[in-house]
Design a protein around this ligand. Structure first.
Ligand code: ADP
Ligand code: MG
Length: 403
């Protein structure tokens, strides 16, 4: 894999360089609530600009349906990138149309442009190789070189991630190099004890990684929405909590294999429950009650780990040497359900372990909840990407950067 330093050494002055970034930031209307992903790619963009490249930055944002949708415009991210760079950033209002071609043609050496959300074009995410390829052909016309630095998207076989680097001389950006370096520390010669904390809402996405981690980790702590599938697998009723019923047999299998392998599974002993999901807009008080994990009322749902679980998890993390954490412990967006996520973040801050936080929402959570990101070993910009790497899968966006 060619590094960006090697590319810079070859000279990029006057060249149009397409940077596939991950500017998929959380938005509240047009306000960016966490700009971590933009800050993470800034060094790559500024190094290219400083070397005289004409930089074309591209990304997806959210899940528009293959057509323009103003709710998913990259305009706020482009503006923020300009602030971080301290220079004007041009913005094209389409991806491969007239605006993009004119904007790129108008760039002078050292200037930066952002083109509109790649997913406004159905070719970006198409399962059809020809349709994706046709879009990649159009993107390739905008540039002479390609730099892959959108770590959060490397697990996607998408046109800008997989097909475009096959059409242009390419290199890996600094962010991808850093992320892969960190993930190697979690898969090769891991410092023990190795604890993994999994939570969040995308249960089925995350169950896959457990299979692989059973061979690697010493301890697996479960919180967030996925905890209820585990509690159900142990024979407890979970009321109206998030539950993936069809995964219960698989989870029972994991629990059994963990026992055979001597891997410790730690599940919540108490949870915060309420009759309804909290209002995340008004953040009106939710008045949850704490119940034992085996006593969730039939008409209520679990929305955070409880106080006894917070203490238990902090203790289980205190003596770990390596920790990987993906997924909030509860609905942290509401203050009444943020304590579990805070407790895990605090345990990592307090522990001398090399700690990696992965996952878009998890990374945003630690910053939104006020933690200093430097207190963690690494905050990854990729959720699905880091999980699939840990699962041992080949990531299309990394494979495409190999030669
Ligand atoms: P990440 O982006 O870090 O990988 P996910 O996207 O899987 O994490 O999950 C984050 C979401 O999970 C948050 O929006 C949070 O509100 C939600 N969540 C956490 N715990 C629960 C729960 N018990 N029930 C429902 N949603 C939950
Ligand atoms: Mg998420």
């Amino acid at each position: 894999m060619k590094t960006i330093d090697e590319l810079l050494a070859e000279g990029v002055a006057g060249k149009r360089v397409f940077v596939r970034a991950d500017l998929n930031v959380p938005l509240d209307g047009t306000t960016i609530t966490d700009d971590g992903r933009i800050r993470a790619v800034r060094p790559t963009v500024s190094a290219l600009a400083a070397a005289g490249a004409r930089v074309v930055v591209a990304s997806h944002l959210g899940r528009p349906k293959g057509a323009p949708d103003p709710a998913f415009s990259l305009a706020p991210a482009a503006a923020r990138l300009g602030e971080l760079l301290g220079s004007e950033v041009a913005f094209a209002t389409d991806t491969v149309g007239e605006s993009a071609r004119a904007t790129v043609a108008a760039l002078t050496d050292g200037q930066v442009a952002v083109i509109e959300n790649l997913r406004f074009n159905a070719g970006e995410t198409s399962k059809d190789d020809a349709e994706r390829g046709a879009f990649a052909d159009q993107l390739a016309e905008l540039a002479d070189l390609y730099v892959g630095d959108g770590f959060g998207a490397v697990h996607r076989k998408h046109a800008s991630v997989f097909d475009l680097p096959a059409r242009l001389p390419h290199a890996a950006g600094g962010l991808i190099a850093t992320e892969v370096g960190v993930l190697k520390k979690l898969t090769e010669d891991v410092a023990r004890a190795y604890a993994v904390v999994l939570g969040g809402a995308k249960v089925s996405d995350k169950l896959g990684v457990i299979d692989h981690l059973l061979e690697k980790a010493d301890r697996i702590l479960i919180g967030g929405g996925m905890a209820y599938t585990f509690l159900k697998a142990q024979g407890h009723e979970v009321g109206i909590s998030l539950l993936q019923e069809d995964q219960v047999p698989a989870v029972q299998g994991y629990l059994k294999r963990a026992e055979e392998l001597g891997v410790e599974f730690v599940l919540p002993v108490d949870v915060l429950v309420a009759h309804e999901f909290p209002d995340l807009k008004t953040k009106a008080p939710a008045h949850p009650t704490t119940v034992a994990a085996d006593a969730i009322p039939a008409d209520q749902e679990g929305l955070d780990i409880g106080p006894a679980t917070r203490e238990l998890y902090a203790a289980k993390l205190a003596d770990a040497a390596t920790v990987f954490w993906n997924g909030p412990m509860g609905v942290f967006e509401h203050p009444d359900y943020a304590e579990g996520t805070k407790a895990v973040a605090q345990a990592l801050v307090d522990s001398p372990a090399f700690s990696v936080v992965g996952g878009g929402d998890s990374a945003a959570a630690v910053r939104i909840l006020g933690f200093d990101e430097n207190a963690f070993g690494h905050i990854s910009t990729g959720g699905g990407a880091s999980l699939e790497y840990l699962e041992g899968k080949t990531l299309p966006g990394l494979a495409a950067l190999e030669d």
